[in-house]
Design a protein around this ligand. Structure first.
Ligand code: SF4
Length: 690
């Protein structure tokens, strides 16, 4: 990787409007005190970091190229990228991490600013096809006897009722049906089963309507999944989902690499095979009963998928097995190959038989294509793993066979290169998030994204962390690998949370720690009216967060939430509901994870240190993200506890601590006690200090 050749943009930040370009000058005016924005938007308050970021983005839009901006919590990064993008007069693509964030951007921030700036812009939102009702599949579900007999008939009736009223067909409008319910698969389309131009419901198709609106929009809001889905289509020259634009902004860009590697790799799951077998049977019986032995075909695929699962045996659920040779580790090579060949044979049979009747109906043609796609997947997993990618097996009740690139660097470089060739002009690419690294050049983000030549900018959070937050590193805890460690974490949490009235988020790094800490706390507070313990997995993330936030109200219980993985980032609990974040252990990536191992090996092969250049930055960034849950507003107060002694005893601890916001450090248990007293006094739920 070459070092960043350009100085940080903040070094050359213009000191006055005369030195700025036209767009920079417009942006400065928009953010100036007394501007139209502060007069029209009640909560808008000029902030120097926000203006700095907005001007840097304006310059990138003017000059083209890539800008990476880390904007600390409270900078106001959404307005900082929206204002220059909207004022630029260019066509804009805004990508964020989740559908919920898309809805927030499209439903709240974007219309508010477009109105305030008085710009006649057409805005649209586009999600993946699984987010829209498919009218054709709804019709099929209506006629599917098995569906009617199931307990989901009532939910289907609700969908039918809503289908008459909805304009967008966006399933987010429909409350009370879980994203992952079986009904969702029945009423949404996939690329494989969509009938396209041959669909009898084409004129009322919500997916097509959303895509048409996207193609006509001046400002389009998408998510990272869709961006990579579009890249995949362009690579295979099978079409495109997104319009050509001049300005691209990726918010929550820290998730780009993880999302991209999932999309750019290959996956085959036993659940996907069983879904296919079910669809094959239902479609075959509906469209060509008697012409093919549909039962035999479907049973063959289902049996082969189950046999493959059996070969893996009783390997613990939620295990990830390395797969360097012919078979995944701990799985007999001969048995694995035989089962995979059987599966391949069953898929070939399905492809041959559906080819015989594909002309009868477009649904059968789609089944032929799906069988073909499954054949190429089984065949590729029978061959040795190609160079430059990593292969592994996820073991759960189902299996997931995965082949993944190590990062998105090449794909993104190609996309940026071909975009300029496509359009004939240099486009502006802006990547932003609250956490993109733990050093000024943001290499944690830029290297895997192929952006080592991009200009980087870090804008500090305007919060006063010294005053608002404190860091406690309790002494005398067992080694995190020791079983006693989780009990000690639970005891510390129980003591502090009972005084605070809940208001505590416990972030763990392993499922084992999650369960033991949560069990101990549940026992401690069983029967308590005042404090309830919530554990990740007890409900959807949205439901858990709604309950936790409700603790801001004076009446009702306070909460302790014990969670791992996705709760380390992207959750926003401002105000009184959260005052204490406890991290059980330093969040290093598991060294035996196949993807982490492959990334580490690649660095070693290049003569670099895997620990210094991969494991340590990963832990530092995760730690920053976890700590970032604590202070979300200027008025928030709280404490962060890190229960891993290595941060004080190991040399690398200094780098990890430096990655955290500059909080006041609590010296000892006495000071910790006093701090909890202070927080208790400030909270509406705390018990009086003893
Ligand atoms: S075109 Fe595809 S997505 Fe649209 S209604 Fe038909 S099958 Fe469904």
């Amino acid at each position: 990787m070459t070092p960043n050749p350009k100085p940080p943009i903040c070094d050359s930040f213009p000191k006055d409007a005369e030195r700025a370009t036209g767009l920079e000058s417009l942006v400065m005016q928009a953010f100036a005190p007394g501007s139209g924005l502060s007069q029209t938007i009640a909560q808008f308050k000029p902030r120097s970091g926000q203006t700095e970021m907005a001007v840097a983005i304006a310059r990138t839009i003017d000059q083209g190229g890539a800008l990476v901006v880390e904007a600390g919590t409270g900078v106001g990064k959404t307005y900082a990228y929206l204002v220059p993008a909207l004022l630029s007069g260019t066509r804009i693509l805004l990508s964020t991490a989740t559908k919920a964030l898309q809805d927030q951007l499209f439903g709240r921030d974007l219309p508010q600013l477009v109105r305030a700036l008085g710009l006649p812009l057409r805005c649209a939102v586009l999600k993946g096809r699984a987010s829209y009702l498919c009218m054709h599949r709804l019709e099929m579900a209506r006629h599917d006897g098995a569906q009617q007999a199931s307990g989901e008939a009532q939910a289907l009736a609700r969908v039918e009722q809503w289908a008459h009223a909805t304009r967008s067909g966006d399933l987010a409008e429909l409350d009370g049906i879980e994203d992952r319910s079986a009904l969702m698969t029945q009423i949404t389309s996939t690329r494989e089963n969509c009938l396209g131009a041959q669909c009898p419901k084409l004129s009322g198709c919500h997916v097509n309507q959303a895509r048409r609106e996207a193609m006509d929009a001046d400002v389009l809001v998408i998510n990272h999944h869709l961006f990579f889905a579009d890249l995949g289509l362009r690579e295979t020259a099978t079409g495109q989902l997104l319009p050509k634009v001049q300005t691209l902004v990726f918010d929550e860009a820290h998730q780009l690499n993880d999302t991209g590697v999932q999309f750019l790799g290959r996956q085959l799951t036993t659940a996907q095979l069983i879904d296919f077998a079910n669809d094959l049977l239902a479609t075959g019986l509906q469209k060509a009963r008697g012409l093919v032995d549909w039962h035999g075909l479907a049973t063959g695929i289902e049996r082969a998928a189950r046999d493959l699962r059996m070969v893996v045996g009783q390997a613990a659920v939620a295990t990830r097995l390395r797969w360097h040779d012919e078979a995944p580790e701990r799985v007999g090579a001969q048995e694995w190959r035989a089962a995979l060949e059987d599966l391949d044979h069953a898929c070939v049979q399905a492809q041959e038989q559906t080819s015989r009747v594909a002309e009868v109906d477009p649904d059968l043609e789609r089944m032929r294509e799906r069988a073909g796609a499954l054949c190429s997947l089984t065949e590729s997993f029978l061959k040795p793993c190609p160079a430059g990618v990593v292969r592994w097996l996820d073991v759960n009740t189902q299996l997931r066979l995965v082949e993944s690139p190590l990062d998105i660097a090449q794909a993104l470089r190609d996309a940026m290169g071909s975009a300029s060739a496509d359009t004939g002009y240099q486009r502006a690419w802006v990547f932003t998030s609250a956490t993109l690294g733990d050093e000024p050049l943001l290499r944690w983000f830029t290297e895997p994204c192929g952006l080592s030549d991009a200009t980087t900018l870090r804008v500090e959070s305007p919060f006063n962390y010294q005053r608002q937050a404190a860091l406690y590193l309790p002494a005398g805890f067992a080694d995190p690998a020791d079983a006693a460690h989780s009990a000690q974490v639970a005891a510390l949490v129980a003591q502090a949370a009972s005084r605070l009235g809940g208001r505590t988020l416990v972030l763990t790094t392993t499922l084992r720690a999650l369960n033991s800490i949560s069990d101990a706390l549940a026992l401690e507070f069983s029967g308590s009216e005042r404090i309830h313990v919530l554990t990740q997995g007890q409900g959807s993330k949205r439901v858990l967060m709604e309950r936790f936030r409700s603790a801001g109200a004076v009446d009702g219980p306070g909460y302790i939430l014990v969670a791992s993985a996705t709760f380390w980032q992207g959750i926003d609990i401002p105000g009184d509901a959260l005052q204490l974040v406890v991290i059980d252990k330093l969040p290093f990536p598991p060294p035996n994870d196949p993807l982490a191992e492959a990334r580490a090996n690649r660095l070693k092969a290049a003569g670099r240190s895997a620990f210094k250049d991969y494991f340590l930055p990963e832990a530092a960034v995760a730690l920053r993200q976890g700590a970032g849950r604590l202070i979300r507003r200027e008025s928030d107060r709280g404490a962060l506890v890190l229960c891993d002694g290595r941060v004080s005893t190991r040399g690398y601890g200094r780098r990890l601590l430096a990655a955290l916001p500059a909080m006041r450090v609590v010296a000892d248990a006495g000071e910790w006690d006093a701090l909890i007293d202070d927080l208790t006094r400030a909270s509406t739920k705390g018990s009086p200090p003893s």
